[in-house]
Design a protein around this ligand. Structure first.
Ligand code: BGC
Length: 768
């Protein structure tokens, strides 16, 4: 752990400057607007360790695969978001000295991420080797209203001298991706121009040929008056700038307002990019920093109205959940159908900024309940559009006949992951695709989705499971061999219980959806059957056979489901017996030792129990939890949230709270010593799940919401907002009562502790 941030309900705060934390802070204080994002590097020069990162969703480079020995079927590349032009830079030069916090003495450093209003703020006093001191105060944001606009207000005040200061606002495309297999350049310069007070720079991504045009325009203001500038214009291949020399007086503030427009050819024709960039940039300039910021704050306040979670009496828990919600909303808004949610969002380069099963398994419920049906549907349609590629992907591994295997990692539907034990074997991800459709329909009631899109995907998934299972004459059952479950600390295992459960459930659900579509829209069913070449009777018969005869490993004596065949042959140890200096295991043990051990990286059997909890009685859940949790090392960020939800269900208050904090403060307290690589965006949805489904006990059954709330002893109350169909609800849980406020006009029936209450439009019920 590395706890250096100050607790606050709405802000992330770093007091005092320590260069050793800079890369971690760059991740933690990142800003984004769903379409793009940026690490929290400094505007002025910084010669210390830094990763200046600017990423735009969907603008990627296909980084050639790097493996020791090539295996047939490996994908050719890993899609990685390109580190594009940096637009924040403002160099400050005083005489021969450049402002650089790695070379100055830094006093009163304060960095704040204002999550309520969506901006990053920083102030400090820097003392140069000459003894000159300047005070700096900066604010910047990426607009969630004008989603191609970023803006900086950078104020500098000489404290003990008066002199000319050279100010250089610039754009720099000489950016390298840190996470590159062969050190390739991911983009080339394409076009540049610099004028008085503004400049433009376009890059072209290598191989994928996306264009990104970035423009900047700035003004220098002293005593509320714009300073007349006579800049030196600079335009190199990868760099455009203006240098202005301004006379600055001791104690007087000089403010640089810098605006940027960042446009990608994903949204505009290449030949229109420059002109549109200039137009948007000028509009932003005329609107002005304060108006843009006011719009930003207002838009964030609206976002919070739908998604806030309040926790009274525990500021660490409060700060953490808001941080998680803020980062999720900075990463994905549902407005761009081509975009998805990378495990690190736009806060770092690990995982390439592209899509994993995390979206379907963890993120979908968050967006369903806080952004609404359309945003969540966009995530499902993303996979629907990729169906033809998923069918190709199954063919690549030798499964023909229009079966689909969705990729482990993708940006455009093609598989990008290249470790055989994951690419070929972590096939449980396909189950999450089917489960997400079910989860969406259960929550929204939008059964038409099944007719229009869902069934087509389900048929291809059912085919996959039927073909991937094989019949064991020894067991007289269908088995699924050679897989990796969610627990990646075991590879190439047979009959991973979670995988087998999802396979058999998908076969069942697909059959159910076929019956439904046939009944409500026979004509559409006929079209789908023709399009998918469904051999209805034969195929369904086969699916039923596999489902009814699927093998599920279990241990009768312990009364638990077995993670995979022979799991109990391993030497059984508990995570608490491990020496803390060996944790995380993946940073201390050889891979071989990890594979041989019984330690579990993340929820596996318990992930399956979480998905299908209504199929198991409390005793069964308890036995499995009591067995698996103590063997779990939670070295995937996706792990603790599932444990928090199940612990809450079982009434294990302390465990639920421990697991909640571990998820929610994973990055803020840097549990796994890796936040410098980026924040764990997808698992942040898990923190929200831990509160809403865990402590709030929220479930959807038979088209209605059910709650079974519990409260952590040191919390006075907690409250969360839920969009459910036509209603926006505010659920407040205190030690004394549960209060449900209906902020919409339509009445709604909700269940609390198994009793139904009608909450009138704009009404409130109080359950003691
Ligand atoms: C987890 C995977 C996850 C990936 C990206 C890995 O550490 O084991 O389940 O998809 O991270 O978050």
């Amino acid at each position: 752990m590395n706890k250096y941030l100050t607790l606050h309900p709405w802000h992330i705060i770093e007091e005092g400057f320590n260069g050793a934390n800079q890369k971690s802070s760059e991740s933690l204080f990142s800003i984004g607007n769903g379409r793009m994002g940026q690490r929290a590097s400094f505007e002025e020069s910084y010669s210390g360790e830094t990763l200046l990162g600017n990423y735009i969703g969907g603008v990627y480079y296909p980084d050639p695969t790097k493996v020791g020995y090539w295996k047939h079927g490996y994908p050719a590349y890993f899609a990685k978001l390109v580190n594009t032009t940096s637009w924040i830079g403002i160099d400050i030069q005083i005489g021969k000295e450049k402002l650089d916090l790695a070379k100055c003495k830094v006093h009163d450093f304060l960095r704040t991420l204002n999550m309520q209003e969506g901006y990053l703020e920083r102030s400090f006093i820097a003392e140069f080797p000459s003894g000159k001191q300047v005070k700096v105060h900066s604010k910047r944001f990426l607009s969630i209203v004008d989603r191609e606009i970023g803006a900086v207000r950078y104020a500098i005040t000489p404290l003990n001298f008066s002199s000319e200061i050279a100010i250089t606002p610039y754009l720099d495309s000489n950016m390298k991706n840190d996470w590159a297999n062969y050190g390739d350049r991911f983009s080339d310069p394409y076009y540049r121009e610099a004028h008085k007070g503004e400049a433009y720079l376009t890059i072209e991504t290598c191989k994928t040929n996306f264009h990104v045009c970035t423009g900047m325009k700035f003004a220098v203001v002293q005593n509320d008056k714009q300073v007349v500038i006579n800049p030196e214009l600079i335009a190199h291949e990868t760099y455009v700038a203006n240098t202005v020399k301004v006379q600055c007086l001791e104690g007087e503030e000089t403010v640089i307002y810098k605006y940027a427009a960042i446009l990608a050819s994903l949204y505009y024709a290449k030949e229109e990019l420059l002109e549109t960039c200039a137009k948007l940039l000028h509009q932003a300039f005329h609107k002005g920093f304060e108006s843009l910021l006011a719009e930003q704050a207002a838009a964030w306040i609206v976002k919070w109205e739908h998604s806030d979670v309040t926790i009274e009496g525990d500021v660490a828990a409060q700060q953490a959940i808001r941080f998680n919600i803020f980062q999720l909303n900075q990463t994905y808004t549902g407005q761009d159908p081509e975009l998805n949610i990378g495990p690190k969002g736009y806060t770092g380069e690990k995982y390439g900024g592209v899509t994993y099963w995390d979206t379907e398994a963890y993120c979908l419920p968050f967006y369903l309940a806080t952004s609404g049906e359309e945003a969540a549907k966009s995530l499902l349609l993303y996979r629907y559009k990729h169906l033809p590629k998923a069918i190709e992907n199954a063919e690549n591994i030798g499964l023909y006949g229009r079966a689909a295997l969705y990729p482990m990692v993708t940006v455009n539907g093609e598989e990008c992951h290249n470790e055989w034990e994951i690419t070929f074997e972590e096939i449980h991800r396909n189950g999450a695709m089917a489960y997400a459709i079910y989860n969406y329909v259960r929550y929204t009631g939008d059964k038409n989705y099944l007719v229009e899109y869902g069934l087509e995907v389900l048929i291809a998934l059912a085919r996959f499971w039927q073909k991937r299972a094989s019949f064991s004459t020894v067991k007289n059952k269908y088995v699924i061999l050679g897989v990796t479950g969610p627990n990646e600390y075991e590879n190439n295992v047979d009959n991973n219980w979670y995988t087998n459960i999802l396979a058999s459930w998908t076969l069942d659900y697909t059959q159910e959806v076929i019956s439904y579509v046939k009944q409500v829209n026979p004509e559409k069913f006929h079209q789908i059957a023709t399009k998918t070449k469904l051999q209805e009777n034969d195929e369904i018969l086969l699916w039923r056979k596999v489902r009814e005869n699927m093998y599920f490993p279990k241990d009768e004596k312990l009364g638990i489901f077995l993670q995979q065949d022979n799991y109990l042959d391993k030497e059984q140890r508990l995570a608490k017996e491990l020496d803390p200096s060996e944790r995380p295991l993946n940073q201390h043990w050889s891979w071989d030792r990890i594979l041989r051990s019984c330690f579990i990286k993340q929820a596996d059997v318990l992930q399956g129990i979480y998905f299908f909890e209504e199929n198991y009685d409390l005793e069964t859940i308890k036995r499995n939890f009591d067995f698996y949790e103590p063997r779990t090392v939670h070295e995937s960020s996706l792990s603790p949230c599932v444990h928090a939800i199940l612990a809450a269900k079982l009434g294990y208050e302390d465990k639920a709270y421990e697991m909640y904090l571990r998820t929610a403060r994973l990055d803020l307290d840097d549990y796994n010593h890796e936040v410098k690589e980026g924040c764990h965006i997808t698992s942040m949805a898990g923190s929200w799940l831990a509160i809403v489904q865990g402590f709030g006990g929220m479930r959807v059954r038979n088209n209605e919401l059910h709650f079974k709330p519990m409260i952590i002893p040191n919390w006075q109350f907690y409250a969360f907002k839920i969009i459910f169909r036509d209603n926006l609800l505010n659920i407040k849980v205190s030690k004394e009562c549960v209060e449900i406020a209906n902020e919409s006009t339509a009445p709604i029936g909700v269940w609390v502790y198994d009793k139904r209450y009608l909450v009138e439009g704009k009404g409130l019920v109080n359950i003691m």
